[in-house]
Write a protein that binds this ligand. Structure first.
Ligand code: PA5
Length: 442
């Protein structure tokens, strides 16, 4: 169960003011629930937790088992933005942080940047492994994944031949349109569908996320169950709904307290990529029409020793949202030392997680004293179920929050601007006129 705790905002916010925003969030909830708002043709994500057919999960498992039988020990997952961040977030959360389980393939990501060094080093690993590839692109034409796929595809074909390559490449793309769909049909790749009515940043519970997570050896049924549990929790029209609470409070921070930045904080390095996924979800959904809270993220206690100074003492432009984890799944107890030179004997016998929890409480109080309100969102532990929960919770909260803000949560007109310039500079056919214009400005 996802729990929202707003106590860390008490000293900044009057209850009547909060109730006003709960009222606004309830109106926004109705827009999302009744599907009457802008972008309502992109609400397919709402059906994924409980509407994903068993046959789709079995198809993911068939790829996993087939690649295991072929001896695959490296899966390159190619995609960017919404076609990348969800799976990366889940795997960073679920993988052992230091030891690779040799019973499972190693999963690495490519096509999420245009760094030559990154790709070259990734190909070094591919050359030393038995490699397969999942290429994910709804449009099929996004430059970063298309560049990476061209290189990985060539490697796989040269190494294993066309027939085996067709078994080692799986595409996740549009049902009928796009370059990747056409290529998959031509080459005989297995394909999974990104539903038309699911936008990239809301797609983690579709094959975009499920296939890589399943192939990596995790239980996607449990993830969908967690998402379904969160869906039940956020599908009630009242002030106890945690998505309504979160949406109401963050908009209050923005409109009434002038807080323009929200820092998503975790105290567990496993959740570092939750911040990356969440930044895209809220940044692309809300940052438009000259409005929106800038989504930032931090990992404590690590970043308390870097940007902690700014959060405590700098421009009072921000509030914090802490995603906390109630239970550690591992146990490390601090020992006693005869000399006690580090003066830590007062902690002897304590779990490290106890220190983490006290650091979190101490930071909460210090930041509140420093003028930084705090929202807390708690999950029980880091496993498939709870990761599914937090994914769906944030998706629903984002839809409500964006409607409350007064924007269409499901478009992203701003992401095209850099592409036009890049295409002109790369001299893509059709962009000749812009090339000359741009070169004059540089
Ligand atoms: O949220 C989005 O729509 C974007 O982040 C896209 O997912 C991203 O640009 C990748 O697009 P595509 O899947 O078409 O390659």
């Amino acid at each position: 169960m996802v729990k929202v705790n707003l106590k860390g905002c008490d000293s900044f916010v009057k209850d009547a003011e909060y109730q006003k925003y709960v009222g606004k969030a309830l109106e926004a909830y109705d827009i999302l629930d009744k599907e009457t708002g802008a972008g309502n043709d992109f609400l397919g994500w709402k059906a994924l937790p409980d509407g994903t057919p068993e046959s789709l999960i079995q198809a993911c498992e068939a790829v996993r088992d087939d690649w295991k039988a072929r001896g695959v020990n490296l899966v390159v997952v190619i995609g960017i933005g919404g076609s990348y961040l969800g799976a990366r977030c889940a795997l960073e959360a679920l993988n052992h942080q230091f030891v690779h389980d040799s019973a499972k393939p190693r999963v690495v990501f490519a096509g999420n940047n245009l760094s030559e060094e990154y790709l070259a080093e990734m190909m070094d690993l591919a050359a030393a492994s038995s490699v397969a590839c999942i290429v994910i692109s709804k449009s099929g034409t996004t430059t970063e994944p298309a560049v990476a796929f061209r290189i990985v595809k060539e490697h796989i074909e040269e190494r294993y031949g066309k027939k085996e390559a067709a078994a080692r490449i799986v595409a996740v793309t549009d049902a009928a349109r796009g370059a990747l769909k056409t290529l998959s049909t031509q080459e005989g790749y297995r394909t999974f569908v990104v539903p038309d009515n699911v936008g990239g940043r809301f797609s983690v519970l579709s094959p975009v996320g499920l296939l890589p997570i399943c192939v990596a050896g995790y239980d996607v049924r449990a993830m969908l169950k967690g998402a379904a549990a969160a869906k039940a929790q956020v599908s009630v029209r009242n002030a106890d709904n945690p998505a309504i609470q979160y949406a109401a409070m963050r908009n209050l921070q923005y409109f009434e307290l002038g807080k323009k930045v929200e820092v998503l904080v975790t105290y567990n390095p496993r959740l570092m990529f939750l911040g990356e996924w969440w930044k895209q979800l809220f940044g692309e959904s809300e940052g438009k029409d000259g409005k929106g809270i800038y989504p930032a993220s931090a990992n404590f206690t690590t970043d308390l020793h870097s940007i902690g100074q700014f959060i405590q003492d700098g421009d009072r432009c921000m509030f914090e949202t802490v995603v906390s984890v109630e239970k550690s799944r591992r146990s490390v107890v601090i020992g006693s030392d005869e000399q006690n030179l580090d003066q830590l004997n007062y902690l002897a016998g304590q779990h490290v997680e106890h220190c983490n929890a006290m650091a979190a409480l101490g930071t909460k109080l210090a930041h509140i004293d420093g003028g930084v309100p705090q929202i807390e969102i708690a999950i029980e532990q880091v496993d498939e179920f709870c990761i599914g929960e937090i994914f769906y919770f944030f998706e629903a909260a984002c839809g409500i929050s964006a409607y409350l803000l007064g924007v269409n949560p499901f478009n992203q007109p701003g992401v095209e601007a850099y592409k036009k310039n890049m295409f002109a500079l790369l001299r893509k056919p059709g962009y000749e006129a812009q090339t000359e214009e741009i070169l004059k400005r540089l």
